[in-house]
Design a protein around this ligand. Structure first.
Ligand SMILES: [Zn+2]
Length: 250
């Protein structure tokens, strides 16, 4: 689990645990954790058992079936957690005030946002591919946390590994959503663009009132790091997915 702790912004092991899993060839499909990307579910469940064993027994996990939307669900009142082995919620963001509940997203180029306001005692996690970013799921995620007292000026946010500008060629149909953020794309001679989804999310967080020093943008590009992370683009439509997670310690 230690090698999953790639974020410096959280006081790891104090009140919070957060991280991103990485490829591991000791397990099926290099340790992919997605039940819905086409791999054998029993083998994925075996991997998810390995993932579960990294947490103390009392922890519950909520993962969801990601639909590239801006839908955020508040699960603070949930009583049971079956997410270790299945994903029963359709959404792209989740928020909770419960300690000992792991919020998890899956990625293979799409980045995620992991947020924590220690004083309010609330965490959030969202999957934000370009479609989620175009719909501004970061805003929905934080507004749901605000209902529990979260304040922008003290909320911490990690932007997970994802595909970055060096590897992410897109058409104008993507970039047209992000004209307001010209630093997030570069036009190429072939008429396409290189796009940086993390940059848009970073600028949006600043607009919402987050402090620069409270935002950690992972410098890992999944496209450049296929030895450690799955990349849908660089591994030609791979089925592998890594898990990003955050939980408040009980
Ligand atoms: Zn790259």
């Amino acid at each position: 689990m230690e090698k999953w702790n790639i974020y410096d912004i959280f006081e790891q092991g104090e009140s919070i645990i957060a991280g991103s899993t990485q490829k591991d060839d000791r397990f099926f499909y290099d340790f992919s954790l997605s039940l819905y990307a086409g791999d054998d579910k029993e083998k994925i469940k075996s991997n998810r058992e390995i993932f579960r064993e990294a947490f103390p027994e009392e922890y519950g996990l909520v993962s969801f079936y990601q639909i590239h939307s801006d839908k955020v669900i508040d699960i603070s009142e949930y009583k049971s957690f079956s997410g270790w082995l299945e994903s029963d919620i359709e959404a792209d963001g989740i928020v909770t005030t419960q300690k000992g509940v792991v919020l998890a997203t899956l990625g293979a180029d799409c980045l995620s946002l992991l947020m924590y306001d220690k004083e309010a005692g609330v965490i959030g996690a969202a999957h934000s591919g370009w479609r989620g970013t175009a719909q501004n799921i970061a805003k929905n995620l934080f507004e749901t946390m605000q209902k529990h007292g979260a304040k922008a000026e003290r909320t911490l946010c990690a932007i997970t590994p994802g595909i970055r500008e060096c590897c992410y060629e897109v058409g104008s149909e993507v970039v047209e959503h992000f004209k307001k953020y010209p630093s997030s794309f570069t036009k190429k001679s072939n008429g396409k663009y290189m796009f940086d989804n993390a940059e848009v999310n970073y600028l949006r967080l600043l607009e919402m009132g987050f402090k620069k020093e409270n935002i950690e943008v992972s410098d890992i590009c999944t496209g450049c790091s296929t030895e450690r992370f799955f990349s849908y683009r660089k591994e030609s439509g791979c089925r592998g997915r890594f898990m990003n997670y955050i939980a408040m310690k009980p």
